[in-house]
Design a protein around this ligand. Structure first.
Ligand code: 5GP
Ligand code: ZN
Length: 114
């Protein structure tokens, strides 16, 4: 999608602070971090929201989590702990409509989230 911010990152048109990448996913630091580690893991292929996932995306979604695990290892937060979050649509606070898994860590997380 030519007008999608995260598609531009996936294609290299905009260059974020990349932490990890492979053929299918890209992980980069959030521009407005909410924790010492705040990384967004995206599929290179555009999918707008979690509601748009199909059975055909099942393996790709698994790869988002495998990338999140790598991010945690790279940032040294794997053992201490971290949180993964995917917001879906307005009431959850989704603002960029290209799915992304937030990886948050480096501080204690609160529950329930706000
Ligand atoms: P959402 O609210 O959709 O779950 O998360 C969108 C995230 O994208 C937010 O945490 C926001 O800070 C981040 N974000 C928005 N624009 C940019 C940008 O241009 N670069 C980076 N690295 N992150 C962005
Ligand atoms: Zn996109």
């Amino acid at each position: 999608m030519s007008d999608c911010l995260f598609c531009k990152m996936a294609s290299g048109e905009i260059q974020p602070d990349v932490v990890y990448e492979n053929d299918e996913v890209l992980a980069f630091r959030d521009i407005n971090p909410q924790a010492p580690t705040h990384v967004l893991v995206i599929p290179r292929r555009h999918i707008s929201t979690l509601n748009d996932l199909t059975e055909a995306d099942a393996e790709l979604v698994g790869k988002l989590f495998l990338a999140a695990k790598e991010v945690a290892r790279i940032d040294g937060i794997a053992e201490a702990g971290y949180r993964t979050v995917m917001n879906c649509n307005a009431q959850a606070g989704q603002t960029v409509f290209h799915i992304h898994l937030h990886v948050l860590g480096g501080r204690a997380m609160h529950w329930p989230p706000g």
